[in-house]
Design a protein around this ligand. Structure first.
Ligand SMILES: O=c1ccn([C@@H]2O[C@H](COP(=O)(O)OP(=O)(O)O[C@H]3O[C@@H](CO)[C@H](O)[C@H]3O)[C@@H](O)[C@H]2O)c(=O)[nH]1
Ligand SMILES: [Mn+2]
Length: 441
């Protein structure tokens, strides 16, 4: 019966709903290794560095490639917000994509194997993570309850068992870990050989160091927050783009009631970079992060922040006011955050956050996501949100803004238990003995 109570959806391939974004400074021969997994998908290659160089992509892949000239042509003056000579440039791919989901991977990451020697289909696991809810509001000690072989533990509140929509799936890496330069210098030969078969929701109110080597997200839910900042050429800092995005994204997910998962899938990270080169890029970040992280811990978004864009603009104001004192760089970064949102809205239109939809469209309206013009009403209801949420009385255990919208959710689960176990009630007193006999045979 494991898993019977928590509906585990089969994993669709989503090839028409997902783009793969890869930042590149060299030929993408690594795609040959991923061909069985990536070939059905559309790739968006963001070529960094000298635009006159040619990046070769193996035949047979459906892809579009953008170099710096393309970025300048498409964004005009707003191109100033896209980093140059840093992997943070990849967020341009999130901007120009028109799909619901994004998977981003580095070109030195390959297919990993699990302890049994079986290849890991990283994309399939990310899709599974994104399509199943997260549990940021109450920690499930058996990890991700929405996996085939797991469920919600005794004592898990029934009115939270529906979980919340998952916005981000943060995968991990075997072999070369994503260490900062000082840690790498102190442990030059350390390799990550530990495969942990778990997916965890990062609890609400907890930040984490997001790594973009093996990352997937729901672009319609959280896309406008996935800006990787001003890194690399012309900037005092580099190699912090993914972490910056992770801190902004997590504060916004916590506010809007979305979940962030980390754990499976693993990829094989093949190359360590020169720690001395990395140290030069990271240097300021190592000191600034000790002040930036408390800033995000205590950042407050008000109830007027009902869309990702509004949250992001509010964060940029707080960055300017509170981090500008650390270094003038943060004043520039705060402006770039606004430019990014303007570029996003210019290319994609506004994307509704779930709770904002409830505020702006009580009962009955369709949920049409302007980013893609897609009617997302069904997803919206599937994710446990219902347009009738506004009609719930406030005495119910429902917490609409946290994505818990159905006051009869506890009844749903209890009713499900009754329905699933009905056959047992017929001969309850002998059922258990029979189970034990069968297990002993
Ligand atoms: O200037 C650059 C450098 C690299 N790229 C592309 O970005 C990825 C990652 O490059 P690389 O593997 O050299 O760098 P790592 O140190 O392993 O990067 C990881 O560490 C963090 C840096 O912020 C981040 O979490 C990971 O990306 C490759 O695809 C390069 O081609 C680039 O575009 N521009
Ligand atoms: Mn790498």
């Amino acid at each position: 019966m494991a898993g019977a109570l928590v509906d585990v959806k089969p994993t669709p391939i989503l090839k028409a709903e997902l783009d793969i974004v890869i930042p590149a400074i060299q030929n993408l021969d690594f795609l040959e290794r991923w061909r069985p997994y990536f070939e059905p998908y559309h790739l968006i290659i963001v070529q960094d560095g000298d635009p006159s160089r040619t990046i070769k992509v193996p035949d047979g892949f459906d892809c579009e490639l953008y170099n710096r000239n393309d970025i300048n042509r498409i964004l005009g003056p707003k191109a100033s917000c896209i980093s140059f000579k840093d992997s943070a440039c990849r967020c341009f791919g999130y901007l120009v994509s028109k799909k619901k989901y994004i998977f981003t991977i580095d070109e030195d990451c390959f297919v990993a194997k699990d302890p049994s020697g079986k290849e890991i289909n990283a994309l399939e696991q990310h899709i599974k993570n994104l399509l199943n809810p997260s549990t940021p509001l109450f920690f499930n000690t058996l990890y991700d309850p929405y996996r085939e072989d797991a469920d919600l533990f005794h004592g898990y509140p029934f009115n939270l068992r529906g979980g919340v929509p998952t916005a981000v799936s943060h995968g991990l890496w075997l072999n070369i870990p994503d260490y900062d330069a000082p840690t790498q210098l102190a442990n030059p030969l350390e390799r990550n050989t530990r495969f942990v078969d778990a997916v965890l929701t990062i609890p609400k109110g907890t930040l984490f160091p997001m790594c973009d080597m093996n990352l997937a997200f729901n672009r319609e839910l959280i896309g406008p927050a996935m800006y990787f900042g001003l890194m690399g050429d012309g900037q005092p800092i580099g190699r912090y783009g993914d972490m910056w995005a992770g801190w902004c994204m997590k504060v916004i997910c916590d506010h809007l009631g979305y979940g962030v998962k980390t754990g499976l899938p693993y990829v094989w990270h093949s190359k360590a970079r020169n720690p001395f080169v990395n140290l030069k890029k990271e240097y300021y970040g190592i000191f600034w992060q000790e002040e930036v992280i408390p800033f995000f811990h205590f950042a407050v978004l008000t109830k007027e922040c009902t869309t990702v864009q509004k949250c992001y603009i509010e964060l940029s104001k707080q960055v300017k006011a509170k981090l500008g004192k650390i270094h003038p760089y943060f004043l520039k970064l705060a402006d770039a955050m606004v430019t990014w949102v303007e570029a996003w809205d210019e290319l994609n239109g506004k994307v509704y956050a779930v709770s904002s939809y409830l505020d702006n469209h009580p009962g009955g309206d369709k949920v049409v996501l302007a980013a893609t013009g897609r009617d997302a009403t069904e997803d919206f209801e599937d994710a446990g949100h219902s347009n009738t949420a506004r009609e719930l009385d406030t005495t119910s255990s429902a917490i609409p803004e946290l994505g818990i919208t159905s006051k009869n959710q506890p009844v749903d689960y209890l009713q499900k238990i009754k329905d699933l176990t009905k056959p047992i009630w017929a001969d309850a007193d002998t059922w258990f003995e029979r189970q034990q006999q069968e297990e002993e045979m």
